[in-house]
Design a protein around this ligand. Structure first.
Ligand code: PLP
Length: 455
């Protein structure tokens, strides 16, 4: 967007490789170098203000520079800036956060195993599923089912679970043992005239067929986000999880809930699983766990898995897994404080209160000539751009219409993210009604800019 680059933009281009960026076009795009944040706003190095409509990467749910969070982090840095949990060492904030997670968990959870990122948590989940089946004497029960358009991270295994081509192409992924099941995206994958109910029944039948073809004795686990985020904010149709869950139960397949985006109030429930009727055995959390004031993730485990891990570790002599920064004291202190704030400021209640306005403003966007489908749950939503509303024909990806529209929006002082041609919205949960309306007003104008560009 920028023609005249500032000094800091030039330094950025010369020093950084930007993730999820067309690396050949960084100069042309012009990096947006941010300087500070306050509430739902961030400010670039030129002092320009932006409404952060994505909470960064679906994660800064308490907005920026919350004073209580800053204080909790500072206190922890002064008291114990680093320690680890290896060799039965510990510190109280790690214990306290695990206790809080057990309290708010949507399913029975016995213990917590920390890591630093969502990718690491999901990677750990798969290692644990394998270790678990080895403990139970089932060495062949190792394949993992994830879904097309699911997003689970970028490590070798979590990127393999991710069902998006750009995470696989030329990274030589996915690795073997990963199966991708259907995506529950009715607008895109429903057949002509197929009701949501019939669509769900078809997906459940396909899933059963996949498991039977592979052999249930070879399948360890299924991993799913309650609502797919980075795949394009895909809210499953009513009854989807209720239809597929019994298939896994019947075949003794572990269910993993990837709550990295949907955890901690995003849907108006503590966990997105509750909002969509999913009952996973084990859960991955990250992002809003600390409101992203420090990196931290966790795997929440039921008693029967803990029992198996303990018995296998007894056999081998040690549980040979752990990260230097897994359960970093700074992350744990900020996790404890974030959950305390979610509770005392009634953030879940806030999300529920704002949800009707958010849904109404998203529904209004469906009338825009460029919008084919809109999807929403709690305070997360997506609007899908189409070249032709009637036929649902998408734009040619080479046109980069989504990216251009979020560029127009940025010029108008708001930040959202284009996932292909879906524009995602995931504002900080502390946003006010006025700020939310302002975000949508600016988005409507950016969509009009986009319409003028394509017509
Ligand atoms: N799982 C989900 C559902 C995510 O949305 C993400 C990141 O966006 C991840 C896992 C990976 O988390 P991280 O980027 O912290 O590795």
């Amino acid at each position: 967007m920028t023609t005249q680059l500032t000094n800091v933009q030039v330094r950025d281009i010369e020093a950084l490789v930007h993730p999820y960026t067309p690396l050949h076009r960084v100069r042309e795009i012009g990096p947006l170098v941010l300087d500070r944040g306050k509430g739902v706003y961030v400010y670039d190095t030129q002092g320009k203000e932006y409404i952060e409509g994505m909470s960064g990467l679906w994660c800064a749910g308490l907005g920026f520079s919350d004073e209580e969070m800053v204080e909790a982090g500072t206190e922890q840095l002064k008291r114990l800036p680093y320690y680890h949990l290896f060799g039965a060492k510990g510190y109280e904030v790690a214990i306290e956060l695990a206790e809080k997670l057990k309290e708010i968990a949507p399913v029975p959870i016995s213990k917590v195993l920390y890591s630093s990122s969502g990718s690491e948590a999901n990677d750990t989940q798969i290692k644990l599923a394998w270790y678990y089946n080895n403990a139970l004497g089932r060495p062949d029960k190792k394949k993992i089912i994830s879904r097309v358009k699911g997003y689970h991270g970028v490590t070798v295994m979590s990127a393999s679970l991710t069902g998006l081509p750009n995470n696989h192409i030329d990274f030589d992924l996915p690795v073997p043992r990963v199966l991708h099941a259907d995506c529950p995206h009715h607008y895109r994958f429903g057949l002509e005239g197929e009701t949501e109910e019939a669509f769900v029944a078809r997906l459940a039948a396909n899933l059963r067929a996949l498991i039977e073809k592979e052999g249930p004795e070879t399948i360890a686990a299924f991993i799913a986000e309650p609502i797919m985020g980075a795949g394009g904010v895909i809210v499953p149709p009513e009854g989807y999880f209720a239809a597929i869950q019994p298939i896994f139960e019947e075949h003794d397949i572990l269910m993993i809930g990837d709550e990295v985006i949907t955890g901690f109030g995003r849907t108006g429930e503590w966990f997105g699983s509750t909002a969509v009727g999913y009952k996973p055995h084990t859960i991955s959390v990250a992002k809003q766990l600390t409101a992203s004031y420090a990196p931290l993730s966790a795997v929440m485990l039921p008693q029967f898995m803990v029992d198996a891990l303990e018995s296998e570790s007894a056999k081998i002599g040690v549980f040979g897994h752990g990260y230097t920064y897994g359960g970093h004291p700074l992350g744990c202190a900020l996790g404890v404080k974030a959950i305390e704030i979610y509770q005392k400021r009634d953030i879940l209640g806030r999300v529920r209160g704002l949800a009707p306005l958010f849904a109404a403003r998203i529904a209004k966007l469906a009338e825009h000539p460029l919008i084919g489908d809109v999807r929403v749950k709690g305070l997360v939503g997506g609007v899908e751009l189409v070249a032709d509303k009637k036929t649902k024909r998408p734009f040619d990806p080479k046109q980069g219409v989504g990216a251009k529209i979020v560029g127009f929006l940025q010029a108008r002082g708001a930040i959202l993210r284009a996932i292909g041609d879906t524009i995602a919205l995931c504002p900080p949960m502390v946003i006010s009604e006025a700020e939310l309306n302002e975000l949508f007003d600016r988005l409507e104008k950016a969509l009009d800019d986009g319409e003028a560009m394509v017509t």
